[in-house]
Ligand binder design. Structure first.
Ligand SMILES: *Cc1c(COP(=O)(O)O)cnc(C)c1O
Length: 253
């Protein structure tokens, strides 16, 4: 076993322990928080090692990297999560690999995903609605008000989403603001939870948007305290491991 493999296992064990501790501290069950390991910083062999260590929920933010890794790990039981923006012209090529689409960030994208899911003969695709809780210009996602301010507007949104019959709207996703201190991040997570509670009330019987995908390396414990059911952790898993691969176009934080 190469030294970096030990390090990867130690990091994974530590992140899982911190998730369990944060859940227990919030009076929640550790198994109610799922870890998605974000592999955008690392190459295919490191990604394969994670899977071999039993970490089967993996996330990529760029469709091309997801295609490459999903193809390379086609024989594994990995469940791929797309967590970054999906351009509409990449929907067809991407969807066959995707277990859960976290970045349902506009109506036009959802409509395209609906069309291509149907065209591919897939009965249902699990999707999260991405919400720009921090309101930063550069971020994708719905504004909370996009779902409607009044009861009537909320019902119209529900009807529109229900008409997308191949989409199983499983919950909401967000990223905390970029320059956030921990307290501000926690307020962003609380806003997503409150929005989920409102949608669950208003959309009862139509959708159960139960999942909250929120929290990254720097803030996943705060997200769990606010009810995260999925945390997306990248850099904390790879500290002290081999450097980023050449093919990874993203800078290490
Ligand atoms: C990169 C990324 C993550 C993981 O971030 P880390 O801080 O490295 O844990 C989570 N979510 C999204 C959408 C990302 O792009």
């Amino acid at each position: 076993m190469p030294a970096s493999d030990n390090r990867l296992l130690a990091n994974l064990t530590s992140v899982r322990r911190r998730i369990a501790e944060a859940a227990l501290a919030a009076g929640r069950r550790p198994e109610d928080v799922r870890l998605v390991a974000v592999t955008k910083y690392v190459d295919v062999p490191t990604t394969a090692r994670l899977a071999a260590l039993g970490q089967l929920d993996l996330g990529e933010s760029r469709p091309q990297q997801l295609w490459e890794k999903a193809a390379a790990l086609a024989d594994s039981a990995v469940r791929w999560h797309l967590i970054g923006h999906l351009q509409r012209n990449k929907v067809r090529r991407t969807l066959p690999f995707v277990h859960l689409l976290h970045s349902g960030d506009s109506r036009r994208l959802l409509e395209e995903v609906e069309r291509e899911t149907g065209a591919a003969g897939r009965p249902m695709l699990d999707v999260l609605l991405e919400v720009n809780v921090s309101g930063e210009e550069a971020k994708h996602g719905f504004a909370a008000d996009d779902f409607g301010r009044t009861e009537d507007e909320l019902q119209r949104t529900a009807e529109h989403l229900a008409a997308l019959g191949h989409l199983n709207i499983r919950g909401l996703m967000c990223m905390a603001g970029l320059d956030n201190d921990p307290a501000a991040a926690r307020r962003d997570f609380a806003r997503l939870r409150e929005l989920r509670e409102r949608l669950q009330r208003e959309w009862a019987g139509r959708f159960t948007p139960a999942e909250l995908s929120m929290g990254m390396s720097g803030d996943f414990e705060a997200a769990i305290a606010e009810g995260a059911t999925i945390v997306r952790v990248g850099s904390a898993l790879f500290e002290g491991c081999d450097g980023p691969s050449e093919e990874s176009g993203e800078p290490r934080p």
